[in-house]
Design a protein around this ligand. Structure first.
Ligand code: MG
Length: 270
């Protein structure tokens, strides 16, 4: 069942989204060779708690996720567990996926950062992942269908020669971290639920340099590419409003259909 949000509920989601996004600004200056993923996770925790919110992922699922953020390096696609033993090295790509809940409503977003000197190939992967989001979000308008968003991600990513992970998808979001409907990163135009005002969703392309096949590691959380090639992930939560999508987790870039809109500077190039 798809829960449609009222204007008042969307206001609450804006706050959850802003707090979620604040984590990226807080961790970005620390993404350097030598820091552990556990240290980055502590910064994420502090940012969320000091804003009066709760980390959405901490204790989630089975076995309970032990971190505030999922921090996934290189060939890891999603759900990397923060660890004191996991030290960033020059050339790593680092996805930080994080959620916050405040006043009963959730935000969920992800960025893939670069650590030190990253190859041009890895940068292109990160940029393509971001670009697929910002292209597909333009389809998130009243009257379109879920499949219009999904197909746009797929067509763009595959045109660049990359794979799209199939088993993991975006989702509805609101009073729960994961709500109906699923928001796939592949599909067909004109299919799926029709988009209506008040729908809140998270679109999160996960793309790969090689095959899109994935595997679950022995820690029961981390998912990596099966062929060991790199993966990038980018995510924002958004609401469908009368006049187009409103990005909840990217302050300053809320209205992507505005005539003067320019997408944020790529994390591949900061
Ligand atoms: Mg998500």
């Amino acid at each position: 069942m798809i829960y449609i949000k009222t204007d008042a509920e969307i206001e609450k989601m804006k706050l959850a989204g802003k707090i979620t996004a604040a984590v990226f600004d807080a961790v970005e200056p620390h993404i350097k060779p030598g820091i552990s993923t556990a240290e980055l996770d502590k910064i994420a925790y502090k940012t969320i708690v000091e804003a009066g919110a709760k980390p959405a992922f901490l204790g989630y699922g089975e076995p309970p996720f032990p971190g505030t953020a999922c921090i996934s390096l290189n060939d890891e696609v999603v759900h990397g567990i923060p660890s004191e033993k996991r030290i960033l090295a020059d050339g790593d790509i680092v996805s930080v996926d994080v959620g916050a809940v405040i006043d009963g409503f959730y935000g969920d977003a992800c960025r893939t950062f670069t650590c030190g000197n990253v190859s041009d190939e890895a940068k292109d992967l990160i940029r393509t992942c971001e670009d697929s989001f910002w292209l597909a979000i333009r389809e998130a308008r009243i009257g379109n269908r879920i499949g219009d968003i999904s197909a746009t991600v797929q067509e763009f990513v595959e045109s660049k020669g990359y794979g799209i992970v199939r088993e993991l998808t975006g989702h509805g979001i609101g009073r729960h971290l994961h709500e109906d409907p699923d928001l796939l990163n592949y599909g067909r135009r004109g299919r799926g639920a029709r988009l209506v005002k008040g729908m809140c969703l998270a679109l999160e392309p996960m793309i790969t340099q090689g095959s899109y096949d994935i595997k679950l590691l022995s820690d029961q959380w981390t998912i990596s590419t099966r062929d060991g090639k790199l993966s990038a992930h980018y995510e924002n939560s958004f609401a469908i409003l009368e006049d187009g999508p409103y990005i909840l987790t990217c302050p300053g870039f809320e209205r992507p259909l505005a005539a003067d809109f320019k997408q944020p500077k790529s994390y591949s190039d900061r």
